[in-house]
Design a protein around this ligand. Structure first.
Ligand code: PMP
Ligand code: G9A
Length: 401
């Protein structure tokens, strides 16, 4: 029997959220023959199968076999390890500041749950990670976007925006940023901007979400200190994840914050899923203690080659009218075409030519922005597919010039 439901049955949230363009494109790219430069997937060749097999046995054979309910906060050994690992980014913290989440996507959801009332303003970069926009949107926020350049969010425009909002009697609550190898642009926020951001957050009483899934994947240069490391007032919530350094299927990530912020997130999580899966957490803890450092060296070498193949393929094939970013790490390049080319309209042509990308406008709040842009991923395809994919794409683009 077909049941018809009137739209009025759905909550405001259900009415407002729309399917993620990335997840929809993921379905299309299952078609045989397509080279996908779309989804931000880690390369399965980096998944350390042999070590994981061994650890799975060790976990099952141990007293704490990872099959029981666990603490909402997360596995104590894993939190201990993460607290130490955070020194790399200049962050001093203790395990009590850390909540293990089911992916950082859940971190974004929990933060929204505890901070956003309908109509609250969230400040985001333009463009911004689309999964975060969906998480915030689910809590019926309003967005205000601020442009970025090669150094990250434009802090001068951020102040201008905050002043204009103040004049209108509006007080934003949250500033969401991806400072390392940004999704979608690949850009890293400079040290100068990081310091300015924390000062602005303090002056305008903002909570900063520092989302850092790609920070470990640095192929050149030194790690920069996290925005969180400059935070003396407990107003930054930092998000990290095992998705890009171990395997996303485990859904193991963490939120790091101070005092009431992290406590409220823990309570919120109790109502969502009680705790993150214990088995995956045990595996992540043992993996981290025994193999992670060596594994990171391996995957950095692996992904660096892919980044370089992507850059040299772009240099070789792309028409002169296109510009692109040169990321120092992460998984993405951002391409700008001449303004008259609409990458959404061009997408069908690309699929027919067996190559996929993510349309740039998907990463903007305002639908008319970024229409001439696209995101390319280089972590998932094989080296030769990157080359062939960019060649195919540049042929498609030439047809639209
Ligand atoms: N934030 C950003 C910026 C991301 O790119 C992603 C994944 N693509 C996430 C969060 C979610 O990651 P996780 O797998 O940890 O949920
Ligand atoms: O598969 C996902 O949804 C995670 C990837 C995100 C991205 O491509 O930005």
């Amino acid at each position: 029997m077909l049941i018809y439901m009137d739209d009025s049955i759905f909550s405001e949230t259900a009415k407002r959220v729309k399917a993620s363009e990335i997840r929809e494109i993921l379905k299309l790219t299952q078609k045989p023959g397509i080279i996908s430069l779309a989804g931000g997937l880690p390369n399965p060749q980096t998944f350390p199968l042999e070590e994981i097999k061994k650890i799975v046995n060790d976990v099952l054979n141990s007293n704490n076999n990872g099959l029981q309910y666990g603490l909402t906060e997360g596995d104590p050994e894993l939190r201990q390890y993460i607290a130490q690992m955070m020194c790399k980014y200049g962050i001093t913290c203790n395990p009590d500041d850390i909540l293990i989440t089911s992916g950082s996507q859940q971190g974004l959801d929990l933060i929204s749950k505890i901070l956003i009332n309908p109509g609250d303003i969230v400040l985001v970069e333009a463009p911004s990670y689309l999964g975060a926009l969906s998480a915030f949107r689910s809590y019926l926020c309003d967005f205000v976007d601020v442009p970025s350049d090669g150094e990250g969010i434009r802090t001068d425009l951020l102040i201008e925006t905050l002043e204009t909002l103040k004049e209108d009697g509006k007080k934003p609550k949250i500033l969401y940023l991806v400072p390392n190898f940004h999704n979608p642009t690949g850009i890293t926020t400079s040290e100068k901007r990081r310091k300015e951001i924390i000062k602005i957050a303090s002056d305008y009483d903002l909570v900063v979400i520092e989302d850092n899934p790609y920070g470990e994947l640095r192929y050149e240069g030194e790690h920069l200190k996290a925005i969180k490391s400059y935070d003396t007032e407990g107003r930054v919530i930092y998000l990290g994840t095992y998705s890009k350094i171990l395997a996303p299927g485990f859904r193991i990530a963490w939120a790091l914050g101070s005092g009431e912020l992290i406590k409220k997130m823990i309570i919120a999580k109790q109502a969502v899923d009680l705790h993150t899966n214990t088995f995956g957490q045990r595996i992540a803890a043992l993996y981290s203690q025994n193999y992670l450092d060596k594994h990171l060296v391996k995957i950095l070498n692996f992904y660096r080659i892919k980044r370089d193949v992507m850059l040299s393929s772009l240099d070789e094939y792309m028409p002169n009218e296109c510009k692109w970013t040169r990321p120092e790490g992460g998984m993405f390049n951002w391409i700008e075409l001449p303004e008259y080319v609409d990458t959404k309209e061009m997408f069908k042509d690309a699929i027919n030519s067996n190559v996929a990308y993510v349309i740039g406008s998907a990463f903007y709040i305002e639908e008319n922005l970024g229409r001439h842009t696209m995101r390319l991923n280089f972590s998932f395809p094989k080296d030769e597919e990157i080359n062939l994919g960019v060649k195919r794409l540049s042929e498609v683009i030439r047809r639209w010039l």
